[in-house]
Design a protein around this ligand. Structure first.
Ligand code: INI
Length: 155
């Protein structure tokens, strides 16, 4: 039996960070956290593209086009969905997550989901660089690890 782990070196890898402008105060911090984490793990800053789209619902389509382009080793989705008074919250959360999962499965490109789904702005900021860490950094590192694990197991 062989056990494979993904190492955490990102040198030579290309990333797309797809960011939603909805709640961009929060998403800008997620993007900064993701970029910083990638660079500190060896990714060239020039190998990280950031693509801004209107809202979380636009992220899966963008991810599909970028993943199909062959230009990126991994796609990192960054957004913030805040609960409102209507069912729209559930629609945006569920459809963005389901769409991203589908893109990863359909294209074989690693896609990680850093779309926050929270009740309040405080909860969002807690996860965007204050007391609960930075979810953008977490999902960027998850992309490096997954990519390297899959590559190790299929080399
Ligand atoms: N998009 C978000 O990224 N976050 C939200 O909290 C949000 N809310 O609450 O409505 C949101 N809606 C917009 C949606 O993602 C699309 O941009 C819009 O429906 C156009 O397709």
């Amino acid at each position: 039996m062989t056990t494979f782990h993904g190492h955490m070196h990102g040198g030579g890898l290309r990333f797309a960070l797809i960011c939603s402008r909805f709640n961009d105060l929060v998403v800008g911090r997620l993007e900064a956290g993701a970029r910083d984490a990638l660079v500190r793990h060896g990714v060239d800053d020039d190998a990280i593209d950031t693509i801004w789209v209107p809202g979380a619902l636009e992220i899966p389509h963008t991810a599909k086009v970028l993943a199909s382009s062959g230009r990126y080793d991994a796609i990192v989705a960054l957004g913030a969905v805040m609960r409102g008074a209507t069912y729209h919250f559930e629609v945006v959360c569920n459809q963005s997550a389901a769409g991203l999962m589908r893109v990863g499965l359909d294209t074989g490109v690693v896609v990680t989901n850093g779309i926050l789904t929270v009740d309040t702005m405080d909860q969002a900021f807690e996860r965007a660089g204050s007391k609960a860490g930075n979810k953008g950094a977490d999902v960027a590192l998850a992309a490096i690890e997954t990519l390297n694990a899959v590559r190790a197991a299929t080399a």
